[in-house]
Design a protein. Structure first.
Lengths: 247, 113
C-alpha cells in the first residue's frame, strides 16, 4: 500500500514537472532527458524555475549539488544492507536513489528485519522511476495544449511542491528552525539583492542558525528519518552490524 | 525540438551522482564529523523552504531592470499554505499540490486574484 501511495505521488509530481518544464520552454526531449539523467524532483523543479528566470547554469548546478546532498545520508544508510553486493549493482542502485526509494526501502527492511534484495529495486524502479518518467512525458506533451498555464494556477505548483517537500523533511526543532530561517533569509536577500543569491544564502544560513539550537539526541530525531544510524558514528554503524540498522 | 538543456541535465546528474554513490560504493566510507552530518541533514529543509518562500513572496517588478525585486502578498500564499497544511497533516504531497493549485486557479477564474 505504501508503494501505491508513492506511485500516485511520483505520477502526479512527474506530470506537474512535465507541465512546468513545458511552460518554462523545455522541449519534450529536454524535459524527459532531465528526468532520466538527473532523476531528482526538487532539483528538477528548481532547474525549471531557474531556466525560466534566465539564471546561470553554474548557479543551477551548484543549487542542484546542495539540494541533492541529502542523498549522501540515504546512501550511507543503505550501504550496510548492500555491502555484499557487486559494485556494479550498487553503482546502478545509486542513480535510482531518491527520497521515495529510500523511505520505502528502509521501512520495508525494518519491517522484515532483514534485507529483501529486490525491495530496493521495486521501490526505486516500479514505484518511482517508471511513474516519474512516464508522467513527465505525459505532462510535457499535454503542456503544449495548455494556452495559459498560469490561469490554471500552475505557477503555484513549484513553490507548493517545494514547501511540501520541506515539510516532509522536518522531523525536529532543528529542521523546523532551518526551514524558517532559510525562508526568511532567502526572501530578505532576494528582495535586497537577487533571488538566486537569496536561495543559496537561505540554504546555507538556515542550517547554521539551526545548529546553534539545542536539539534532542539524534537517535530520537532520526528513528524513521534518513539518518537511521542516529547517535552511532557512521563508521561504527557500517562496520558493526550489531549496532547498525542492517541485517 | 531543441536539445540545448541536455548538457545542463548532464551537469546536474554529474553533481548529484557522487552524493548518491560514494557511501554505497566506498566500503571504507569514513566517519563524517558529527556537525557535518547535522548540517547536511538541515540543508534540505532550509533550501526547499527558501525556494518555496522566494517563489511565493518575491516578485520581479520590472524584468528590464536589474535587482528590481519586491515583497508581494497574493493568492499564491493561500495555495502554498494549504499545501503545507495538507502535507503536514496527511503526508500527501500530491493532494497538497492539487488543493493549492485549485485554490489559485479558482480564485483567478472567479476574478478574485
Amino acid at each position: 500500500m505504501d508503494g501505491l501511495g508513492i506511485i500516485a505521488t511520483a505520477s502526479g509530481f512527474g506530470f506537474v514537472y512535465g507541465l512546468a518544464a513545458r511552460t518554462a520552454g523545455f522541449s519534450p526531449i529536454e524535459a524527459s532527458g532531465m528526468s532520466l539523467i538527473v532523476f531528482a524532483g526538487a532539483a528538477q523543479f528548481a532547474a525549471v524555475g531557474y531556466v525560466a528566470g534566465g539564471f546561470s547554469w553554474l548557479g543551477i548546478v551548484l543549487l542542484t549539488a546542495f539540494l541533492n546532498a541529502r542523498h549522501l545520508l540515504y546512501s550511507a544508510a543503505l550501504a550496510p544492507w548492500y555491502a555484499d553486493r557487486p559494485k556494479v549493482e550498487r553503482a546502478a542502485m545509486a542513480h535510482l536513489l531518491t527520497d521515495e526509494a529510500f523511505a520505502l526501502t528502509i521501512t520495508h527492511f525494518r519491517r522484515l528485519g532483514h534485507r529483501d534484495r529486490w525491495g530496493y529495486w521495486f521501490a526505486a524502479v516500479v514505484t518511482t522511476w517508471i511513474p516519474w518518467n512516464v508522467s513527465t512525458i505525459a505532462g510535457v506533451v499535454v503542456g503544449g495544449a495548455v494556452p495559459d498555464p498560469n490561469q490554471f494556477g500552475l505557477d503555484i505548483v513549484f513553490p507548493a511542491a517545494m514547501a511540501g517537500l520541506a515539510v516532509a523533511l522536518v522531523s525536529g526543532r532543528r529542521e523546523l528552525a532551518a526551514a524558517i530561517v532559510g525562508a526568511v533569509v532567502g526572501v530578505a536577500v532576494s528582495v535586497a539583492w537577487d533571488p538566486a543569491i537569496g536561495i543559496i544564502a537561505g540554504g546555507l544560513g538556515g542550517p547554521l542558525v539551526a545548529m546553534a539550537m539545542p536539539g534532542p539526541p539524534m537517535t530520537e530525531l532520526h528513528a524513521d528519518a534518513p539518518m537511521p544510524f542516529g547517535d552511532i558514528p557512521l563508521e561504527e554503524a557500517i562496520h558493526d552490524p550489531a549496532r547498525s540498522p542492517g541485517p | 525540438m531543441t536539445l540545448d538543456l541536455i548538457p545542463l541535465a548532464i551537469l546536474m546528474g554529474l553533481v548529484t551522482y557522487p552524493s548518491r554513490a560514494i557511501p554505497l560504493l566506498v566500503s571504507q566510507f569514513g566517519r563524517l564529523p558529527r556537525p557535518a552530518l547535522i548540517y547536511l541533514r538541515l540543508v534540505g529543509p532550509a533550501v526547499l523552504a527558501a525556494l518555496a518562500a522566494v517563489n511565493t513572496m518575491v516578485v520581479d517588478t520590472d524584468p528590464g531592470l536589474p535587482r528590481a525585486y519586491a515583497f508581494q502578498v497574493g493568492i499564491q500564499w493561500l495555495g502554498v499554505i494549504a499545501c503545507l497544511a495538507i502535507v503536514a497533516r496527511w503526508k500527501n504531497l500530491l493532494a497538497g499540490i492539487v488543493v493549492g493549485l485549485a485554490i489559485v486557479a479558482g480564485a483567478r477564474l472567479l476574478g478574485w486574484a
